[in-house]
Design a protein around this ligand. Structure first.
Ligand SMILES: Nc1ncnc2c1ncn2[C@@H]1O[C@H](COP(=O)(O)OP(=O)(O)O)[C@@H](O)[C@H]1O
Ligand SMILES: [Mg+2]
Length: 311
């Protein structure tokens, strides 16, 4: 494992920003860290990058206990914060050269490092441009390039695609995929799941500080394939309707209130007919039944919804 967290927690007074997170990453993985605003993504990434100390729990990166051995660990980590400022008045190559110097790259290697970083972020043609004249998409890539000059093994990128147009997003994805192919390990956060699911190898969903799902993208899709959601509305006897639904063994999840239910089930359409028949034979008036194929976005909403009334 390249990254292992054990019961990692960050407490701000009474607020638990990150709650007992156990996460593992292997070399070459791209983990999409998703969750609504306030879920704890930034706090988690800051702990992984040794910028803030965990309240309890531990992090191991490449065999180091990161808080105790943070100087050794930092060499391996490239952290891109959600907001960063670059020295606007420098030309792009000057900025990267400055970073190479700061990271202690030997003088005779600096030019090569700078050029490789520019090449890897599709910015070679902007080499002599001033930072202040670059577009937002390019500036995000410059941020990435500043990390590349010190050749970290692990990239922790906080909402790098935020505010980018679709074209710039695609370029960024391609660059990140290439890094993973070279054996780098990446965590990329976003509050928008669809920004991530088509290029990440793994997805972790956070909600209120907790890790509510962590799996391989293809495994999540495989599981979703066999699962459906049924939206259901009844006019009367809400509690009885709920009990009737709960007693059906094909129903795997159930949420909702005031006669409007959303339920998950596995199986074919006959199950819907049976659900309807059971409700009707109990005197419940069913006025709406709608089957939906569950998708990743739906799963995300279900796991992070504010008013999740799961029973
Ligand atoms: N330095 C801090 N002091 C107090 N509360 C904080 C601090 N940093 C973050 N929080 C709180 O912790 C929670 C998680 O925040 P954050 O990690 O920024 O979430 P995300 O990046 O998923 O939006 C939020 O409720 C936020 O207000
Ligand atoms: Mg954040």
């Amino acid at each position: 494992m390249i990254i292992t967290t054990r019961d990692l927690r960050k407490q701000y007074g009474k607020l638990t920003a990150v709650k007992d997170v156990n996460l593992t990453l292997q070399r070459g993985e791209i983990l999409g860290l998703v969750g609504p605003n306030g879920a704890g993504k930034t706090t988690l990434l800051k702990m992984l990058s040794t910028l803030i100390e965990p309240t309890t729990g531990s992090i191991e990166i490449m065999g180091f206990n990161i808080w105790k051995e943070r100087l050794q660990v930092r060499k391996h980590i490239g952290y891109l914060p959600d907001f960063f400022n670059l020295y606007d008045d420098l030309k792009l190559w000057e900025l990267l050269y400055f970073f190479a110097q700061t990271y202690g790259v030997p003088e005779d290697e600096r030019d090569l490092r700078v050029n490789t970083a520019l090449e890897d972020t599709n910015l070679l043609i902007k080499r002599d441009d001033f930072i202040k004249n670059l577009s937002r998409g390019m500036t995000q890539r410059v941020g990435l390039a500043t990390l590349l000059v010190h050749q970290p093994d692990i990239f922790l990128l906080d909402e790098p695609a935020s505010g980018l147009d679709p074209q710039a997003r695609i370029t960024l994805r391609t660059i990140l995929k290439k890094l993973a192919k070279k054996g780098k390990t990446l965590i990329v956060s976003s509050h928008i799941l669809t920004e991530l699911d088509d290029f990440c190898s793994h997805i972790a969903i956070m909600n209120k500080g907790e890790l509510v799902l962590h799996d391989e993208v293809k495994e999540i899709h495989r599981k979703l394939k066999g699962e459906h959601t049924l939206k259901l509305k009844v006019l009367n006897m809400f509690d009885k309707a709920k009990d009737t639904l709960k007693s059906n063994p094909s129903i795997t999840s159930l949420s909702g209130a005031d006669g409007i239910f959303s339920l998950g089930y596995s199986g074919d359409d006959k199950i819907i007919a049976k659900i309807n028949a059971d409700l009707v034979s109990n005197g419940i008036e069913v006025i709406h039944l709608q089957r939906e194929q569950k998708n990743l976005e739906g799963l995300f909403m279900e796991l992070t919804e504010e008013l999740n009334l799961s029973v």
